[in-house]
Design a protein around this ligand. Structure first.
Ligand SMILES: [Fe+2]
Length: 283
């Protein structure tokens, strides 16, 4: 198949968890939920030998929520790149305190807002975490015992409450949806004229729920009118059951094909760079 012309929207890669690194056409870089290395139980779920030195840039860091598997490396990324850190306003002060981030490097945002940055526009949306069983004091207790989890118990507790999705629009108009946790109304934003072109999406439930994972995810995707879905936050499957992990995405694409939908799932190899292009190819 020969390509008549191809124009790059951006370069990007999935690193781990909900951590993506984007390089926009104007040279600016965006990092989401920085977690690529860690100690204890976190270590085995990370790509091997990946460190902050492998991150190429971070002008902006976006946090979906403040659990340790989303903030694990925010401190060292901040020390190295001095990014603007975009987070929900409720977690801003505690985030600054925990990771010694200069107050003016924090860019607090709220739900249902539109924000303009160098190279992209960000629309923020309310989000909810996959269900967790504990109340406030149980959550504080649980995180107090987690020395491998970054941030204070308080910051981690806030991670269960304040979650934020976004749709990022590049200067050229490519729209990227980012959905962690539950759908929380995002499906409604995945149809119609303002929908994204591509969506980065967490699993439909926690990693423990493997039964019917492909069918449930494909069912969600088939209701969204989106061409490409990049799955994220399935590193536990990759580590503990790589065959299952692979099969989920093969099955999702089979279901989409059989149902006659054009959307396709693109499971990225962790750490590998890809480009998203708008191309005209010989048919
Ligand atoms: Fe979480």
């Amino acid at each position: 198949m020969s390509t008549l012309a191809s124009s790059k929207a951006f370069k990007f890669r999935w690193i781990n968890g909900q951590c993506f690194e984007f390089k926009l056409n104007n040279g600016k870089t965006v990092l989401t939920d920085p977690w690529f290395s860690g100690g204890g139980s976190m270590a085995s779920k990370c790509p091997p030998n990946f460190t902050v030195d492998d991150i190429e840039g971070a002008d902006y860091v976006f946090l979906n929520h403040t659990h340790g598997d989303h903030t694990a490396n925010v401190g060292e990324v901040y020390q190295k790149f001095h990014p603007t850190i975009i987070c929900h306003s409720a977690v801003a002060m505690e985030l600054s305190r925990c990771f010694d981030i200069k107050l003016t490097s924090i860019y607090p945002v709220d739900y249902e807002g539109t924000y303009y940055f160098d190279g992209f526009m960000l629309e923020t949306h309310h989000a909810t975490h996959h269900a967790q069983p504990s109340n406030y004091s149980e959550t504080i207790d649980r995180f107090s015992g987690r020395t491998d989890f970054a941030g204070s118990p308080e910051l981690n507790a806030m991670g269960s409450v304040f979650n934020m999705n976004f749709i990022l629009t590049t200067d050229q108009g490519m729209r990227v949806g980012f959905i962690g946790g539950n759908d929380d109304g995002m499906l409604k934003r995945m149809i119609g004229k303002d929908k994204p072109n591509i969506v980065l999406r967490n699993k439909m439930a926690s990693s423990k729920h493997k039964e019917g994972a492909a069918e449930k995810f494909a069912d969600w995707f088939s209701q969204a009118d989106i061409q490409l879905l990049v799955p994220m936050h399935y590193e536990t499957w990759l580590t503990d059951d790589p065959e299952f992990s692979k099969q989920v995405h093969v099955d999702m694409n089979r279901i989409m094909r059989e149902k006659g939908f054009v959307g396709r799932v693109a499971p990225m190899e962790r750490g590998k760079w890809y480009t998203l292009d708008l191309s005209i190819n010989e048919a």
